[in-house]
Design a binder for this molecule. Structure first.
Ligand SMILES: Nc1nc2c(ncn2[C@@H]2O[C@H](COP(=O)(O)OP(=O)(O)OP(=O)(O)O)[C@@H](O)[C@H]2O)c(=O)[nH]1
Ligand SMILES: [Mg+2]
Length: 196
């Protein structure tokens, strides 16, 4: 069993002061609502329903922590850019997410998910800009790759790759067809300092 398969639900935080101790290493999954964050976590951990997925955007509404071992965690973030959430909720989340990203010392990297059919939305660009400015390593998963032909998938990959800089990387991913799972785990291994 690898480290990811032993992932266990740990806790959910609705507010910044509910976050667990800021120690060890954590990697957070971010991206637009419905991009496939929770599905990616389930496939990477090889657990069918560790993170709750849904056809309804805005499913994940808390910062959810999954423990890999005593010092390592995966974090499922609420999706950004979901229009149907009431403004007050949106503002609460924006502020909480910002605080989390800006202050979390144990945050080693971000897995940023974008639907391969429409990557680099305004929100994604903002996120990438912020990562660049704050030297936060990012690995992008272009999700739902099963929805595009091979040629169109490669084209999207090249397009996104050409916009990256520094400690940023990108790959194609499909939770449905289990495409790119090992590649994603490899990047996580680097951040979690796992060798072998
Ligand atoms: N075809 C296809 N559908 C996918 C894939 N990944 C996720 N989906 C579907 O996309 C929808 C959203 O997936 P989630 O994993 O819940 O997305 P999320 O980013 O966690 O969404 P929020 O929690 O609402 O922000 C679900 O209906 C999934 O079944 C994929 O690789 N291929
Ligand atoms: Mg989710």
């Amino acid at each position: 069993m690898n480290l990811y398969q032993q992932a266990e639900y740990w806790l959910s935080a609705h507010k910044i002061d509910q976050l667990p101790e800021d120690e060890g290493i954590e990697v957070a999954f971010a991206g637009r609502s419905n991009a496939g964050k929770s599905s990616a976590i389930n496939v990477i951990t090889a657990q069918r329903s560790l993170a709750r997925t849904s056809k309804t955007p805005g499913r994940t509404q808390q910062i959810i922590f999954f423990k890999l071992d005593e010092s390592r965690r995966l974090v499922d973030l609420p999706g950004y850019g979901f229009a149907k959430v009431p403004l007050a909720v949106k503002q609460h989340w924006q502020k909480t997410l910002e605080r989390y990203l800006q202050t979390r010392r144990s945050l080693r990297g971000l897995i940023l998910m974008m639907d391969v059919r429409h990557p680099l939305t305004e929100f994604d660009q903002e996120m990438l800009n912020w990562c660049k400015l704050s030297n936060m390593p990012v690995h992008i998963l272009l999700t739902k790759a099963d929805k595009l032909s091979r040629g169109k998938g490669s084209a999207a990959l090249e397009q996104v790759r050409s916009e990256l800089s520094g400690e940023m990387s990108v790959q194609l991913f499909s939770a449905l067809k289990r495409v790119g799972v090992d590649e994603a785990r490899k990047r996580l291994n680097e951040w979690f300092q796992i060798t072998g």
